[in-house]
Ligand binder design. Sequence first.
Ligand code: GLN
Length: 491
Amino acid sequence: MKKKALNLFTLILSIFILMPNLAFGQEDLVDDGVIDLGTSADFPPYEYYEKDEIVGIDPDIVKAIGEYLGVEVKLHDMDFNNIIASIQSGKIDGGAAGFTVTEERKKSVNFTDTFAKTSQVVLVKKDSDIKDIEDLADSKKIGTQLGSIGHTLATDDFGEDYVQAFIKVPDAILSLQSGKIDAVIVDKQIAQSYADSSKDLDLLDSTYLEEEYAIAVNKENPLLLEKLNEAIGALKEDGTIDQIMAKYEGSEEIEKTDGIIGRFKANIIENGGYKYLVDGLKTTLLVTFFALILSFSLGLIIALVRAANAELGEELHGISGILLKVMDKIFAIFISIIRGTPSTIQLLIMFNVILVNLDNLILVAIISFALNSSAYMAELFRGGINSVSKGEKEAARSLGLSYYQMMKKLVMPQAIKNSLPALGNEIITLFKETSISGFIGLADLTRGASIVISQTFDAATAYFSAAIIYLVIVLLMEKIFKKMEKGYLYA
Ligand code: GLN
């Protein structure tokens, strides 16, 4: 008996002793057993696309870390400026994106031990008066990438008025080439690649800032930080990190090609840039199509409810009357919020806050754009419904038609017809609006162009190609809508 009690005691004790160990097992390093890391794959040689795969120094290092730890590591492509916020919201566990370690960022995320030394440098036009860092003080505008260390430093040193932040590095380069800004402060490797690939750009000899790269980690996961550091230490020790660095050194051989046609042929056709544009277009069309179906339906429902409340609200008593009024109020607030806030912010809120657990980016985009567009659709359908004259409606009702019959037979056919031109506009707007999908890392057509730029360092050609594709699709849409309008008109 005594022995039995002792056994039980030992068992309970060992469970308690083992429990913390179990909790610290590899599979509990991150909640789902996969280390999810954000990256911004427009930053060669640290991260960029090769076919459909994100490759580069960071992806190779995190892969080696994953192998060392025996855990799967997954990279999620998103805007650089969005990575730290996504780590904080718990959407991802960390970020591997050529992150410079700074004291400011340490307030929001933890950093692993550093594994690369590099610097911030200054890119100018060949004929520029800016010959040294000191001359930057005379420049009218300095370009930087939003959320990057270059941006923070430049605003501190030269003041906000003299610094222009771009979402993507290529946009800053394009502005520099067109003479809108005088210099771009950016990480050395990427600056070097642009200087090598374009005839009109030069790199200043002096360095703006020495810096070191590390992986950013969620502050609430000290165990992950510890394990990553352990892996980085081991990979430094056995020479893996040096090998990875050596593999990407000077690997970017970019040919300088002249003329827009020549560049189009070289960068879009021969280098396979068109594949990213075609894949991006497919995503753009998919998002537009499903967002459209949803927003059309939701918009119609909202418009019908609000029109019913306007017409019947007074007549209806009891629960249905109250319900109608409440729904009308909710929809009115919904429309105000959607129309009163930028769609980019809506998309980012969806991604980082509301749908934080939804990993399917296409779905996040569809839901976000559908909600956005439904508010506009609702208003244009309501306009269509209101355009049917009061007299006609009264006549229909006095003929004995119920409200439902009147809406179905008389009002809605006219309302839809009257809404058609505005509806066409809204669909085109929706289609073009999806171009902000890159903010959450969805590889749509615009993001496709960015990917091409990150490989060719030729922003103008990639953007023009994407613009032409958008334009062709919009022209096609216009043709279809015209046909539909005519069909409706003479139906
Ligand atoms: N190293 C820079 C930073 O951390 C830029 C990195 C990047 O654009 N991926 O701000």
